[in-house]
Design a protein around this ligand. Structure first.
Ligand SMILES: [Zn+2]
Length: 445
């Protein structure tokens, strides 16, 4: 059916979480589908049906729901940013290349506390949501307060306290105690959008004794792990000197490399290390811009050859002043020729920003999120405005990866609720965020 009959004037802006409506004549793209002239029936925050207008069933129960004509939009799944430290918003321009000075970073971090961290998190969350991110995997100090910030925005996040006892801004056992406290705190104080993950910082900043406690906790609480692995030559050299092993071998011997491990960066890996990740079923977190400005790009060719699961992240302001996940998809897709990767690598990049992490951490069960816009998914999606800058559209997936940028993302919906409308936050006040952030910056600068 191609007629527009039955369209009622429900405005997009007026949509509420518990409404039932049909997005009409919209283009739909996800890693698994490209549909021009599609309909998407949504009710109580969930996708009920999705398909081509040609297949629209006039006798379906949603046939009487209000239809919203959206010929000028592309609907895509919201992205998941697989590695962030959103509270580092104020670390702009601090860590690039020759300017990198960890003591300056730690000095700033030592002034961060549970009172100012929420304010410090907001600019990075804003920047990420503007690029279509609906879910985060975040790793930082005072993570309960970071979780509060995510929850106020209405986005989804796996959060974890950075645990370290021999490096970083707070090198002591308190981070493990805070991590344990956070587990209950999240369950009591946050919506189901916010869930826990355990975050030891890295192989050179956590003692063997503490790693063992973290592993026990992850087993007893059935929690995934999210940490930096072999992110610097320094970390690699430290493990070789201290343990006679690579960081990957060392952590594998401790039992920390599992099929619920998101190991981020993985820049200094031997061939045997990649095989360990593959055999243990670990996922690699790839942050192209951060890695290239900090050290070098991870060996994507080996990851692809061994078919190791991977996901895309931005890392933090400081290592990558943008929190723009579309930019990361585009950069690694453009580099694919240089890296001698497969021809249609943009499809891999799109999956790495959407469905790979959803599948790996079973986000379908946690959040009803598959990253592919399936029936039964929660309505976690982005509305991309078509304009002449991305016209003519001949291939929706290529358009999404190569042509769209965050300025095209007009609205973002999570659980059928707006979190961004007309590029402005809906659930949080921009003015208040700005004021609180400026105050917090004064404390830590
Ligand atoms: Zn990081």
């Amino acid at each position: 059916m191609n007629s527009n009959s039955g369209i009622k004037n429900l405005s997009l802006k007026s949509i509420l979480h518990n409404d039932s409506f049909v997005l009409w004549n919209i283009s739909v793209v996800s890693p698994n589908k490209s549909i021009e002239n599609a309909f998407v029936a949504i009710s109580n925050g969930k996708i009920i049906n999705i398909g081509s207008l040609q297949d629209y069933n006039k006798s379906a129960n949603y046939a009487d729901w209000p239809k919203i004509e959206l010929e000028n939009y592309i609907l895509a799944p919201g992205f998941i940013n697989a590695h962030t430290h959103v509270a580092m918003s104020a670390f702009q321009n601090l860590c690039y290349y020759s300017d990198l000075n960890w003591q300056r970073v730690f000095k700033k971090e030592s002034k961060i506390n549970s009172n100012n961290i929420e304010a410090l998190s907001n600019p990075s969350i804003y920047s990420a949501v503007r690029s279509g991110v609906v879910g985060f995997v975040d790793h930082y100090y005072f993570s309960s307060s970071v979780g509060k910030a995510f929850d106020k925005w209405g986005v989804k996040a796996l959060i974890g306290e950075s645990i370290a006892d021999q490096g970083g801004a707070f090198p002591n056992n308190q981070s493990f105690e805070r991590a344990k406290e956070q587990l209950n705190w999240t369950a009591k104080n946050c919506s189901s959008n916010i869930q826990n993950i355990l975050c030891p910082h890295a192989s050179d900043t956590v003692s063997k004794q503490l790693f063992k406690k973290i592993l026990d906790l992850s087993k007893s609480e059935n929690l995934g792990l999210h940490y930096h692995l072999a992110q610097s030559k320094k970390e690699y050299d430290y493990a070789k000197k201290e343990y006679g092993k690579t960081p990957t071998e060392y952590l594998n011997n401790l039992g920390l490399i599992t099929d619920q491990t998101l190991a981020v960066h993985c820049l200094f890996l031997e061939e045997t290390d990649f095989k360990i990740l593959k055999s243990q079923g670990a996922m690699v977190g790839v942050c192209p811009l951060s890695q290239m400005s900090f050290e070098k790009l991870v060996d994507l060719k080996t990851i692809m050859n061994l078919n190791i699961p991977w996901s895309l992240g931005t890392d933090a302001v400081g290592f990558n002043d943008h929190m723009d996940i579309i930019e990361e998809m585009r950069i690694c897709s453009i580099m694919s020729k240089e890296l001698n990767l497969e021809k249609d690598f943009h499809l891999q990049a799109l999956s790495a920003a959407t469905k790979n992490l959803a599948k790996y951490f079973n986000l379908k069960q946690k959040w009803n999120f598959s990253g592919t816009l399936e029936e039964g998914d929660s309505a976690d999606c982005i509305f991309i405005k078509k304009d002449m800058r991305i016209a003519p559209i001949t291939d929706l997936k290529k358009t999404l990866v190569y042509s769209v940028n965050s300025s095209h993302i007009q609205h973002v919906m999570v659980n059928g609720d707006w979190v961004l409308f007309d590029q402005k936050p809906v659930k949080v006040s921009e003015e208040e965020m700005e004021k609180d952030y400026q105050l917090a910056c004064k404390v830590i600068l």
